[in-house]
Design a protein around this ligand. Structure first.
Ligand SMILES: [Zn+2]
Length: 263
């Protein structure tokens, strides 16, 4: 609205005499300059808001944005599960992890926690960590700052009430943050953590073997592995294939002398 008004004024001044033209010209340039500056600022603002979204696909952007995708320690790696809890998927992962004496980190979704709140306590009681994924599983690039703030606040309240205690880990849906999400997480002193390797276990074509092979290809000390203990936002039944892949993943990493640690 302000841009079209400035544009209209500059045109109205144009037919003035030489001096007037000069004044009008300056005014026009000034108005156009202000409009262009405003447009550029809006564009730069939008770019700055959306740019962090590339961090999921382009790893070099992560360090400047304080986004982590590694764990420290000479022989450790991290197993992480997103999108739960799930009434059958989460217990399946917990059973296998318990059998192997392994620890993992679960990035849970508020709306899933409300469906089965008891599982957060089970995850914690078994010695694993819980982080915040979101409240509703949406692409943050489509959300404004207020929507992101509301989503994170609701997720935090739900997950803490379910027994997770003080939260300190955050992973945005699809690994795609925006500036608001990063700022809100940092204000809460949460670490934003993505991953270094994935097994694409959410895909309909995935098999336990393909998941394990893809996930562990090139993985070593410090790697952060992404899996999903729920199929709410992936192919139906995908958690079953993930559960079958899990022992193969643990075996493959163990053969490399590595053990899973929490984030
Ligand atoms: Zn997710």
């Amino acid at each position: 609205m302000s841009i079209s008004t400035a544009d209209h004024r500059s045109r109205a001044r144009a037919p003035l005499g030489r001096a007037g033209q000069l004044t009008g010209g300056r005014g026009a340039r000034s108005s156009e300059g202000a409009a262009a500056a405003a447009a550029a600022a809006a564009g730069a603002g939008a770019l700055a808001y959306l740019l962090p979204g590339l961090a999921g696909a382009w790893a070099p952007l992560r360090a400047p944005l304080a986004i982590e995708d590694r764990v420290t320690g000479p022989r450790g790696y991290a197993l992480t599960f997103d999108d739960g809890p799930h009434p059958r998927g989460t217990p399946a992962m917990l059973d296998e992890l318990a059998r192997r004496g392994s620890r993992a980190t679960f990035f849970v979704v508020g709306e899933q926690v409300r469906r089965c709140p008891g599982l957060v306590g089970e995850i914690i009681a078994a010695g694993h960590r819980v982080g915040v994924h979101c409240d509703r599983h949406r692409n943050l690039l489509r959300l404004g700052p207020l929507q992101v703030a509301e989503d994170l606040a609701r997720a935090q309240q739900t997950i803490e009430r379910a027994g997770a205690g003080d939260l300190s880990l955050y992973r945005p849906p699809y690994g795609v943050p925006n500036l608001a999400a990063l700022w809100l997480a940092r204000r809460r002193r949460w670490r934003t953590v993505l991953w270094s390797h994935w097994g694409r276990d959410w895909e309909s074509w995935a098999t336990p073997d393909s998941i394990a092979a893809l996930l562990t290809a090139g993985a070593g000390a410090g790697s952060v592995l992404l899996l999903h203990d729920a199929d709410e936002y992936g192919a139906p039944g995908s958690w079953r294939r993930t559960a079958q892949a899990l022992p193969r993943v643990l075996d493959a990493m163990e053969r490399r002398g590595l053990h899973p640690v929490t984030l």
